[in-house]
Structures are given as C-alpha cells and as structure tokens.
Design a protein around this ligand. Structure first.
Ligand code: CP3
Length: 339
C-alpha cells in the first residue's frame, strides 16, 4: 500500500514527496468530458458507479499520483436539505431559495448522512474496493463559511456582501447556521470515514476574504467544531483555504493535521509559521499552461524550499483549471517523482 500521503500528513518520514491535485478528476481530461457529455453534474454526484469511475480516471492515467479524492462536490448536502442546486455552465452552482432569515434557517432539513447522502458513501466503498490499496482515498466536506456563502449568495460571489451582512447584522442567525453546517460536515465526514475514506479534507476555499478579526470571531469557533468532532477518529485531517497569508495561525488553531495553502504565500513561510503542522501546496494552477521547462523549474523551486522538512504534500494552490494540458500535469508528476 502506498501510504506516503498518510505518513506525510503525520509528519513521518517518506521516500519521496507525496503528490495529488485538487480537481484531479475533471474537465481537463477527455475521459471525464466523455462521461460528462451524458450526465449532469448532479447526476454524476448521485450515481455511485459514475462517481467511482471518474474518481479512478486520474489514478489510471497518472501512476505517479499518491492519492485519489472522491468525486463529489461541496454542495451535495444542499438538495437533501431542501435547497435546489443546479450547475449552470459559465456561472457555476446556483442555489434556490437563498437563506435570509431565521425562518429560512428553520426550514433546512437536518441530514442523516447514511440516509440522505447514500451516493458519495457508496462511491467511497466502491472506489476503495477498486483501488486495491494502490493509493489512499481522500474524503471531503465544506467548512461552514464557504458552505454558508453559497447558501446566502445563491452562487459564487466576488464580494461576499450578503454573507458578511448576515454575519454582522444577524449574529444569532449566523451562529445557528454556522453551527448547523459545521455539524452537518462533521457527521458527513464521520460517515465517509466509516465508508472507507482514509484521510479527510475540509475546504474553506473563500475564507481568505475575511479580516483576521472577523475570521477569529465569526468563523474559527465553528470550523474548530468540525475538527473537535473528528478528534476521536484515527484518520488525518487537511484544512485547506486560499488567500490565507494573514489567517494561517488562526486556521491552524481551528484545526487540521495538514494546512493547505495557495500560491500567494511562499511555501516555506507557511512552513516556518506553522512548525507543528504538515503543509500542502502550492503550485499556481495557471502555471500548468506554461512551457514544460518553465513548469519544471517552478516545481523544483517548491521542492527545494521544502527540502528536508517532514510533512510536505505537493499540490496545487487550488483546483486544476479546465483546459489544462494533461501532458503538463504528467510532466509535473514525473518531475516530483524523479527527485
Ligand atoms: O478535487 C477533486 O477532484 C474532487 C472533486 C471536487 C469537485 N468539487 C468536483 C467538481 C471537489 C473536491 C470539489 C469541491 C468544491 N466544490 C469546492 C472546494 C474546492 C474549490 O475549488 O475551491 C467548491 C468551492 C465547490 C463548489 C463548486 N462546484 C463550484 C464553484 C463549481 C463550478 C466551478 C467550475 O469549475 O465550473 C463546482 C462544480 C464542480 N465540482 C465541477 C467539478 C469537477 C465542474 C462540473 C462540470 O463538469 O461542469
């Protein structure tokens, strides 16, 4: 069994740097687009055979990958709560109705993952069987801020204006919602671990839009609730967000064995500031479009900066972009492999 990722997450020695990529299954792969042509995103997430197949596509194509991540989405929790979710090409996910009031909050259904989210759990069981120990399987869920932002804004946002207004103008509702979402994610992650996830990642993709003060007061206690609820589990945890150079220490206080960072911060600075944590990152996904010699140099720079530091996991600073040349992805993996 290739356990490099699990060892690095625990800051144990490894024979080489483990590597996987966020969104490693996705539109940049022809074999993904071929399946996606026949199914909506919602269908792909709710058909375990399809989700399992897509999860394994990058593993079969790139033998250098050190992990599989279950094909699903942060937002799969919303339809069973009673929220309509559609993925609109060019616009991203759209949720209806949006949450504005305590009344809206009270209409959200509390989930029992085994009953309300059977597809991702079943696809975890299927993938574990089909992986036959080749690489560990990552489960994931959203952190409450990022999940709340989609529900309050109704889709992606640049300013997070509605989210921040609800946070400041309706603090009791904010506390209720954040607690509810944190518990939902904790329950879902526990169910994923029972189903076979060997490490779990909590995505707080958009939390870097907050000031440290607001993060500390209005987000940290709720994100910490997820990690506290997972304390009795034996699997390692990854806490990922982007734009967090002013938040790193606070993020680490919220929890996670591994802290994931984007490319806006030098990786060795993150490592220096978080001596007790394993670190994951931080190649800019846009650089995957660069000429291969440039790309290899960028990979070398990251590896050089982290040389000899126990607990480093190579990843992108955010998900692979659609249109990324798969051969460049392979070149990066081979470069990491060869060192
Ligand atoms: O990393 C992986 O390979 C696992 C799969 C995965 C997806 N979404 C598949 C997906 C994971 C881990 C996610 C998490 C997710 N979903 C996040 C956190 C990570 C991040 O990117 O910040 C967020 C914010 C979402 C919400 C979401 N889902 C958005 C904003 C979008 C649209 C963006 C886009 O690229 O179009 C999605 C859709 C989505 N989730 C796709 C995939 C492969 C694209 C669906 C398609 O084929 O059209």
């Amino acid at each position: 069994m290739n356990d490099r990722l699990l060892r690095a997450a625990r800051k144990e020695p490894v024979d080489r740097t483990p590597v996987w990529f966020m969104r490693q299954a996705g539109r940049y792969l022809k074999e993904y687009r071929d399946i996606r042509a026949n199914y909506s995103m919602n269908e792909m997430c709710s058909l375990p055979e399809i989700a399992a197949k897509v999860t394994l596509q990058p593993i079969d194509r790139f033998p250098e990958l050190d992990a599989a991540i279950i094909f699903s989405d942060l937002l799969v929790i919303y339809p069973p709560m009673g929220i309509d979710l559609q993925y609109v090409a060019g616009e991203g996910p759209q949720l209806k109705p949006t949450l504005e009031s305590q009344d809206d909050f009270e209409k959200l259904r509390k989930l029992t993952p085994e009953v309300d989210l059977p597809a991702p759990l079943e696809s975890i069981r299927m993938v574990r069987e089909q992986l036959e120990g080749r690489v560990p399987l990552i489960g994931f869920a959203g952190a409450p801020f990022t999940l709340a932002s989609y529900l309050i804004e109704g889709g992606p946002s640049k300013t997070f204006q509605k989210t921040k207004t609800l946070m400041t103008a309706q603090p009791d509702l904010w506390a209720n919602l954040m607690t509810f979402l944190a518990k939902t994610s904790a329950d879902f992650l526990r169910a994923q671990i029972r189903a076979g996830a060997e490490i779990v990642q909590i995505f707080d993709s958009w939390v870097g839009n907050l000031s440290p003060e607001d993060y500390k007061e209005s987000v940290l206690p709720y994100t910490r609730l997820i990690f506290d609820e997972l304390k009795l589990e034996t699997v390692p945890t990854i806490h990922f967000a982007t734009g967090t150079s002013t938040l790193l220490e606070l993020m680490a206080q919220a929890g996670g064995d591994v802290i994931g960072v984007d490319w806006r911060i030098p990786i060795e600075e993150a490592a220096r500031r978080l001596p007790d944590k394993a670190i994951m990152g931080n190649l800019d996904p846009a650089l995957l479009f660069s000429p291969v010699p440039v790309l290899k140099k960028k990979v070398d720079e990251i590896l050089d900066r982290m040389e000899g530091r126990p607990g480093f996991i190579f990843n992108l600073g955010h998900g692979i972009l659609p249109g990324t040349p798969p051969e460049n992805v392979h070149a990066v993996l081979q470069r990491i492999h060869s060192r």
